[in-house]
Design a protein around this ligand. Structure first.
Ligand SMILES: N[C@@H](CCC(=O)N[C@@H](CS)C(=O)NCC(=O)O)C(=O)O
Length: 208
């Protein structure tokens, strides 16, 4: 059986759980990281050298990096799934947004999350929150225009790109902030919330 290491409130774990459940794959999830610890043992570091979550074990094989795990699950366990098309051009479009999540959104929304959620109110830096809010809003506005084209992140069909960005969209709409208008993005988020695994493993988990 597939084994997933990682706490349920990690956005990188959430995307993998959402995919596992969507594909109907049998798995067990083991709490690790954050207050659960367990990521600093030699055995865990052999699977995930940075000591982060998630890590996937599939028999004797292990894999870290959440977007690599998304790709692996489709390649190994759902090779015909339209979530990760095999033709080079649609696959390239999905890969592009998977990279975008880590390289464009992550550097602005992850520090915003730390500044707003993981920093006690008395210690919050309003100027940096404002700067990160504006920067994150620009990224979500780009995605709003992209989703306007086809309804999903990588076009007209749902794909791994939605799985990578969906958990972050929940945080963005949850943050007590002024956001730029993004009607297409918001409509997409509402559609994700209507999907049972997203509702259960992302929208229902307290942002913490
Ligand atoms: N690029 C990595 C980033 C993993 C990462 O930053 N994970 C965070 C949780 S979202 C983590 O492990 N934080 C430390 C912890 O939970 O102990 C991936 O996509 O898997």
């Amino acid at each position: 059986m597939l084994r997933l290491w990682g706490r349920e409130n990690s956005s990188n774990v959430m995307k993998v759980v959402w995919l596992l459940e969507t594909l109907g794959l049998e798995y067990e999830r083991i709490d690790a990281g954050g207050s659960f610890g367990g990521t600093d043992t030699p055995a865990y570091r052999a699977m995930n050298p940075l000591g982060l979550v998630p890590t996937l074990e599939d028999g004797a094989f292990s894999l870290c990096e959440s977007n690599a795990i998304l790709r692996y699950l489709c390649n190994a366990h759902a090779p015909h799934s339209s979530l990760y098309p095999t033709a080079p051009q649609p696959r390239g479009s999905v890969d592009r947004w998977l990279d975008f999540q880590h390289t464009a959104l992550g550097p602005v929304q992850n520090p915003l999350f730390m500044a707003l959620v993981r920093t006690p109110p008395a210690e919050r830096d309003a100027a940096s929150i404002e700067r990160l809010t504006i920067a994150s809003g620009r990224i979500w506005s780009l995605l709003d225009a992209q989703i306007a084209l086809g309804g999903f992140v990588a076009g007209e069909a749902m794909s791994l790109a939605d799985f990578a960005l969906g958990p972050h969209a929940h945080r963005w709409f949850w943050f007590p902030l002024e956001r730029p208008p993004t009607p297409h993005l918001h409509a997409w988020y509402i559609r994700l919330c209507a999907m049972a695994p997203y509702a259960r493993h992302i929208a229902a988990i307290p942002v913490s």
